[in-house]
Write a protein that binds this ligand. Structure first.
Ligand code: UD1
Length: 410
């Protein structure tokens, strides 16, 4: 890609990756045919499809709709070959234990965010009556019918909240999840489960009360729009200038991000079915600190750092969710960014332009941040390991080039 700007036009925001993956796993809870609408065509969804198919589930995609036909008998195994490719595979654990009382799921390893334990998932499920043993790199889970309990999460973990929510909808009696994560994707999962017949109170709050039912019924459900995809386009606009309309963007899911972007000087306006954004000149640097929702999402941070590299002034960036999530900074520095990182903190001093260079993507969002940086760089930037970007974006290059960015996929 090459330095570009200004951008002009409209982009459609697709379905949320982090919701679609969990709704696919949650489909295991009901025998029969669930239809998910607005499912992005991305590699992570293909991996979840493979994982469910290996369990005996039949899946058919038509455009952005996915039909998931869950048989009575499921083979409850998530092999390392798939879990290794996508950590989020761990969310099949809760549904499998709830539905058939057995699961063998490969233990996820570390990743480019650093070490990512799943102790809270396991402890919470143990409180509902599951028993775990570790063998040859797998977690073997067993349960007779799960029984509701009061679970207090040490940290509002997204994955642990999801696994517990999916397990408890079919448990006997009442489960309370205290200090639950409140991300919009969790609300989407709770709404999905409620429409299937689950009884959940406190949706959107940090205290979820779930009254177990005997059975859930398959439904048709539309996935919420992807707030991280929307944030990627806004960051591209931040460095290129111009004007974009984001069709489908949910302003209520991105309040904190939009406040930050306004503080930087972006002009934002919500309309009937999306968001309009304008950037008239160079944006001002701001401080960025990630927190669980409704705080600023850690997934936005790589693009915000990319935007700060060419903003006016200096910004302090603090990572409070994943201590190791700063690897892409070395790549930005190769492009001429002035960044000093230490521990959880990084100070980014804006320069006028970056300088295009060959760089490497280490994960999905880091890859997208390098695309944003490439749009703010003189000359050509070539990103290797770009397959990481395809894990979470459907044709990022095509979409950005449709609004005037000089970017292509080779
Ligand atoms: C999900 C998202 C990811 C996002 C993250 C935080 C998906 C597929 N991924 O990841 O994009 O960046 O939420 O919003 O939806 N932790 C433990 N023990 C556990 C679980 C988590 O110590 O059992 C720690 C993690 O190491 C991390 C923090 O809790 O420091 C938050 O992790 P969590 O919210 O669980 O993130 P994920 O669900 O893995």
């Amino acid at each position: 890609m090459r330095g570009s700007g200004p951008l002009n036009g409209e982009l459609h925001v697709g379905g949320a990756k982090n919701s679609a993956l969990k709704l696919m796993a949650a489909s295991l809870l009901a025998e029969g045919s669930t239809r998910l609408v607005n499912v992005p065509d991305i590699t992570d969804v293909a991996i979840m499809t493979e994982l469910l198919e290996a369990m005996g589930v039949e899946i058919q995609r038509t455009g952005h709709s996915v039909d998931i036909n869950v048989p009575d008998e499921i083979d409850p195994i998530a092999p390392y070959s798939l879990v290794e490719r996508m950590r989020a595979s761990i969310v099949v654990l809760g549904p499998l234990l709830a539905r058939i009382g057995r699961a063998r799921v490969a233990m996820p390893g570390g990743d480019d965010f650093g070490s990512r334990p799943i102790d809270m998932h396991l402890q919470g499920l143990e409180q509902l009556g599951a028993r775990f043993s570790h063998e040859h790199g797998d977690i073997n889970g067993e349960a007779d019918r799960l029984v509701g309990a009061e679970v207090f999460l040490e940290f509002p973990s997204v994955g642990a909240t999801e696994n517990l929510l999916m397990a408890s909808v079919l448990a006997e009696g009442v489960t309370i999840i205290e200090n639950a994560a409140r991300e919009p994707e969790i609300t989407d999962l709770a709404n999905f489960l409620s429409e299937m017949g689950g009884r959940i109170e406190g949706v959107g709050t940090s205290r979820l009360r779930i009254e177990g039912v005997d059975k859930l019924t398959p439904i048709t459900y539309t996935v919420i729009p992807d707030r991280v995809e929307a944030a990627t386009y806004l960051s591209a606009l931040a460095v290129c200038g111009g004007q974009l309309r984001l069709e489908g963007a949910r302003v209520d899911h991105m309040e904190m991000l939009l406040r930050k972007l306004e503080e930087m000087g972006m002009i934002l306006e919500e309309d009937d079915s999306g968001l309009q954004a304008r950037v008239l000149g160079r944006l001002k640097a701001v401080d960025v600190s990630t927190l669980p929702y409704p705080g600023l999402a850690t997934d936005y941070k790589p693009f915000l750092v990319a935007a700060l590299t060419v903003s006016d002034g200096a910004g302090m960036v603090t990572e409070n969710i994943f201590a190791g999530r700063f690897r892409y900074i070395d790549e930005l520095v190769r492009m001429g960014a002035e960044i000093r990182a230490e521990g959880r903190h990084a100070v980014v001093r804006g320069v006028k332009r970056l300088s295009g260079a060959p760089v490497r993507a280490h994960d999905i969002r880091a890859g997208a941040a390098l695309v944003v940086a490439g749009l703010a760089a003189d000359g050509e930037t070539a990103i290797s390991n770009a397959h990481h970007v395809d894990r979470g974006y459907e044709d990022l290059a095509g979409k950005l080039s449709s609004v005037g960015a000089q970017v292509s996929r080779t």
